[in-house]
Design a protein around this ligand. Structure first.
Ligand SMILES: C[S@@+](CC[C@H](N)C(=O)[O-])C[C@H]1O[C@@H](n2cnc3c(N)ncnc32)[C@H](O)[C@@H]1O
Length: 373
C-alpha cells in the first residue's frame, strides 16, 4: 500500500532506504507477530525515530494493527506459519550475560549514572551498557582478553571500564579526544583499582610513538564513514605489536544506512583477515534528546517497555598478517565532521551536552574547533 514517505524521512536521499526498510519490516512482522516497536528496531533496520514514524503511518493506513503496544499485520495479510527465533539465552550474541558478566553489568550500570553527557561535537553515540559487557564476554571467549595488553581507541562506551572490572586483562589504555571522558574513566579506574589509564588525544594528530607496537588487541567504534573508519583502524594497527595474529575489533554497517563496500575495502587494503562478524551485536543507546515533541508523542503510543535502543551495528574481529599495512591515515579534524557534528556547530542547542552543566565546555570546544556558535 502506498505510503507518504515525507512523513517518515528527514531528507529525500533517505527515501529508497526506507522503502526497503518498509518491506523488510512487513516481512519481519509476518514471521514473528505480534512484535514490539523495540523488537523491530533491534532485529530489522532503520533508525528508531524513523521506524517509529513508519509504524505510525502503517497503522494509519490499515496495514498494521496495534494491540496494547504489540504490532501485527492487519487481517488482509496472510500470516506465515514458521517462526525462527534467536537463542533466548544469548540473544544471538554467542555468550550469555550471566554470573561474573552479570556482576560487571550491574557495576557498569551504577558507574554510568555519573558519566559525562555525550556530545555530537565528537560524534559520540554510546552503546548500551550490556553491549559493552557483551564485548568483554566475547573477547574472553575468543582468547583476546586474559593476560593481554588492550588499547581502546575512543571510549564513550566505557568498554575499557567493563574490561577492567572483569580483571582478566594485563593492562588497558584508552585514547579519546574528550577530556571529560578521560578524567571520568581515570577517576573510576583509580577508585576501583583497575589496571587502566586513559589519555586525552586527538587522533587526527597521531599518537605518541611510545605507544606504537605495544598492544595485543585493540577495540574501536569509529563513526561509520570511510575517513574516521580508516583513521581509527590505522591508529589501532600502529598500536598493535608487529607480526601476524594481532587482533582488532570494530563495528560497522549501521542499521540506519545502506550497506557499503567501503569498510571492507579499507580492511582489504590494510591486509588484515576478517575472522568474525556477528550481526546486530552492537546496540546504540536510546537518546531522548534526539526526539522532537511529535516523535515523543508517538513513542508513548509504541513504547512497550522492553530495552530501548537507537540502531545497531555488527561486531567485527580481524587478525593482522605479516603484510598488514600500519601506516597512519592522514586526515584533519574538519574532514572528520559528520552530519550530527555539523548540525551542532550551527546550533549548539541540538547537542545533548550543551543542555547540561557542560555548556561552557561545549562552547569552548566549538571555539577551538574554529567554528563560531
Ligand atoms: C567517534 S565516536 C563514535 C560513536 C559511536 N560508537 C558510533 O559508532 O557512531 C567514538 C569515540 O571516539 C572519540 N573521538 C571522536 N573523535 C576523536 C578524535 N579526533 N580523536 C580521538 N577520539 C575521538 C569520541 O569522543 C568517542 O568517545
Amino acid at each position: 500500500m502506498a505510503l507518504d514517505y515525507s512523513k517518515i524521512i528527514e531528507q529525500e536521499s533517505e527515501k529508497e532506504f526506507y522503502k526497503k526498510t518498509h518491506k523488510n519490516i512487513m516481512e519481519y512482522i509476518q514471521i514473528h507477530q505480534p512484535v514490539t516497536f523495540w523488537q523491530i528496531v533491534r532485529n530489522v533496520q532503520g533508525s528508531d525515530r524513523r521506524v517509529l514514524r513508519l509504524l505510525h503511518q502503517l497503522t494509519l493506513n490499515g496495514s498494521l494493527r496495534k494491540d496494547r503496544k504489540k504490532i501485527s499485520l492487519s487481517h488482509r495479510f496472510k500470516r506465515k506459519d514458521f517462526k525462527e527465533e534467536v537463542c533466548t539465552k544469548c540473544q544471538g550474541k554467542i555468550i550469555p550475560i550471566e554470573g561474573k558478566f552479570h556482576q560487571v553489568l550491574k557495576e557498569l550500570h551504577k558507574i554510568i549514572l555519573t558519566k559525562p553527557i555525550p556530545t555530537f561535537l565528537f560524534d559520540q553515540r554510546p552503546v548500551t551498557p550490556i553491549t559493552s559487557v557483551r564485548r568483554v564476554a566475547y573477547l574472553l571467549w575468543r582468547g583476546d582478553l586474559e593476560g593481554k595488553n588492550i588499547a581502546v581507541i575512543g571510549d564513550d562506551d566505557l568498554t575499557s571500564l567493563a574490561i577492567g572490572l572483569l580483571g582478566k586483562a594485563k593492562s588497558i589504555v584508552v585514547f579519546d579526544i574528550d577530556i571529560r571522558l578521560v578524567k571520568f574513566i581515570n577517576s573510576v579506574a583509580k577508585r576501583k583499582n583497575l589496571k587502566l589509564k586513559a589519555h586525552t588525544k586527538d587522533l587526527t594528530k597521531g599518537i605518541p610513538k611510545e605507544f606504537y607496537a605495544k598492544f595485543d588487541v585493540f577495540l574501536a567504534d569509529p563513526t561509520p564513514s570511510p575517513k574516521p573508519f580508516e583513521l581509527f583502524t590505522s591508529i589501532g594497527l600502529a598500536l598493535l605489536k608487529s607480526g601476524s595474529e594481532r587482533i582488532g575489533y570494530l563495528s560497522f554497517f549501521p542499521s540506519h544506512q545502506e550497506k557499503s563496500m567501503e569498510f571492507q575495502n579499507i580492511l582489504n587494503k590494510r591486509k588484515v583477515i576478517i575472522t568474525d562478524m556477528i550481526p546486530k551485536f552492537t546496540e546504540y543507546d536510546f537518546l531522548p534528546s534526539t526526539y522532537n515533541t511529535n516523535d515523543l508523542a508517538l513513542l508513548q503510543k509504541f513504547d512497550s517497555g522492553d530495552e530501548r535502543l537507537s540502531f545497531h551495528e555488527n561486531l567485527t574481529r580481524f587478525e593482522t598478517t605479516k603484510n598488514t599495512q600500519r601506516k597512519i591515515f592522514k586526515v584533519n579534524l574538519q574532514q572528520m565532521l559528520g552530519k550530527a557534528t555539523k548540525r551542532v556547530m550551527k546550533n549548539p542547542e541540538k547537542d545533548p551536552a550543551y543542555n547540561s552543566e557542560d555548556r561552557k565546555f561545549i562552547l569552548s570546544t566549538m571555539k577551538k574547533m574554529k567554528f563560531k556558535s
